[in-house]
Write a protein that binds this ligand. Structure first.
Ligand SMILES: [Zn+2]
Length: 339
C-alpha cells in the first residue's frame, strides 16, 4: 500500500470513533489531512503512529495559549489567529501591499493612528487589557514566521543527518520538526475559516443592507456548533476529495517574501467567502434541522479541504527548499575530524 493510502487508512482508523467538528477537532482534522497529502519521499518519521498523534494534538496548541491570564503572552499570541482584512484600510493597505515584516506593519499602524485617528474604532480599555484590539490581526505573519521556523528545523536536521549528528541530536531535531509542523497547522486552518479574516467575525456590524445575521453566536456556530449538530465531518469523504500537496507557487509579480505573499493570497480567498457565508446563513443553510443544511456542511468541508491542501503544500515546500545549515555543517565536520 502506498504511503498516501496507508496514511488515509490510518487517519480513518484513528478518527472514525467519534463525530468531529471544527474547533479542536477541526484543527486536528486539517493537520491529519495535510499529513496524508504528502508525497512518498517526504521524511517518513512524521508518519508513524506516535508522530501523527503528536501532530494532531498540537494542532490545538495555539488556542490553549489563549486561555491564560498572562497579559504579555496574550498580547503577543492573540492577534496571530486572525486578520480583519477590511481594516487594512487603516494604513491605506491591502492584502497585496502589506509588508512581510510584522514590526514594520506595527509601525505603520502607529503612524496611521497618529495621522488619521478617525479611522480607528474607539476601544474600551476595560476590554483591552492585553492591548490587542487596536490591531487588525497578524495571521499572515504567523504563517510566514512559522514557515521560517520549519525551514530552519529541516535545515539543521539535514546537517545532523548528513554530517555525523548523533542519534540523540537527530531525534531532537526531528521532534522540533514535528512540533513546528503541527503548530503552524493551527494558523493555516484558522485562515481557511472566513470569519477569521474579517471584521464581521461574529455577526454583521455597522450598515447591514442585506440584513445578515448579527447574532453573537454566529462564530461559534461556524467553528463547531453547526457541525456538531449535523453529525461532524465525514472523514472518509474528506480524505477521498483531498488534493495532493504541491510546491507553493511564487507570484513573479509580487516582490514580497513568496511564502508571505502566498499566505496573503490564501487569506484573500477565504475573505472572499465572508459574504457568501453570511448569505448561506440567511438562506437557512446553517439551520441543522433544515434539508438545505447540506449546503452549509459542504461549504465548511470545502474550507477544511482547502486548509489541508495549503498546509501540506507549505510543509512540502519548507522541506524541499530548506538548504543544509552550513554553519552547523562546518561545526559537525570539525567535530568528526577531531579539530
Ligand atoms: Zn486559532
Amino acid at each position: 500500500m502506498c504511503r498516501r493510502l496507508l496514511a488515509v487508512s490510518t487517519l480513518l482508523l484513528t478518527l472514525s470513533q467519534g463525530a468531529l467538528a471544527w474547533d479542536y477537532e477541526g484543527h486536528r482534522t486539517v493537520n491529519l489531512l495535510a499529513l496524508s497529502s504528502l508525497p512518498r519521499d517526504f521524511p517518513a518519521f512524521v508518519q508513524n503512529r506516535e508522530a501523527r498523534e503528536r501532530i494532531a494534538f498540537l494542532a490545538g496548541e495555539p488556542d490553549r495559549w489563549r486561555n491564560v491570564p498572562d497579559l504579555p503572552f496574550r498580547h503577543c499570541g492573540g492577534p496571530d489567529h486572525y486578520l480583519d482584512v477590511e481594516d487594512l484600510s487603516w494604513t491605506d493597505s491591502t492584502l497585496a501591499t502589506i509588508p512581510e515584516f510584522r514590526f514594520v506593519y506595527a509601525g505603520q499602524l502607529a503612524l496611521a493612528k497618529e495621522k488619521h485617528p478617525e479611522r480607528f474604532p474607539s476601544v474600551d480599555p476595560a476590554k483591552n487589557k492585553d492591548h490587542t484590539r487596536e490591531f487588525p490581526g497578524f495571521l499572515p505573519w504567523a504563517i510566514a514566521e512559522n514557515y521560517g521556523k520549519l525551514k530552519s528545523a529541516f535545515s539543521y536536521l539535514k546537517a545532523y543527518e548528513q554530517f555525523g549528528g548523533t542519534t540523540v541530536e537527530i531525534e531532537n531535531a526531528r521532534a522540533n520538526v514535528i512540533y513546528v509542523m503541527a503548530v503552524m497547522g493551527h494558523y493555516v486552518a484558522d485562515a481557511a475559516q472566513p470569519l477569521h479574516t474579517t471584521r464581521f467575525h461574529n455577526g454583521w456590524i455597522g450598515d447591514n443592507p442585506h440584513s445578515y445575521t448579527t447574532s453573537k453566536t454566529f462564530h461559534a456556530l461556524i467553528d463547531g456548533d453547526f457541525l456538531m449538530k449535523t453529525g461532524g465531518f465525514s472523514l472518509e469523504a474528506l480524505a477521498k476529495e483531498e488534493k495532493p500537496a504541491h510546491l507553493v507557487s511564487k507570484d513573479p509579480g509580487d516582490s514580497r517574501d513568496p511564502i508571505f505573499a502566498a499566505a496573503t493570497r490564501y487569506i484573500g480567498q477565504s475573505n472572499a467567502l465572508v459574504e457568501p457565508l453570511y448569505q448561506l446563513e440567511k438562506d437557512g443553510k446553517f439551520s441543522p434541522e433544515k434539508p438545505q443544511s447540506k449546503e452549509g456542511r459542504a461549504f465548511l468541508e470545502g474550507r477544511i479541504l482547502a486548509a489541508g491542501e495549503m498546509l501540506g503544500s507549505l510543509w512540502l515546500t519548507a522541506w524541499r527548499d530548506a538548504p543544509v545549515d552550513t554553519w552547523l555543517q562546518d561545526i559537525l565536520t570539525k567535530r568528526a575530524s577531531g579539530r
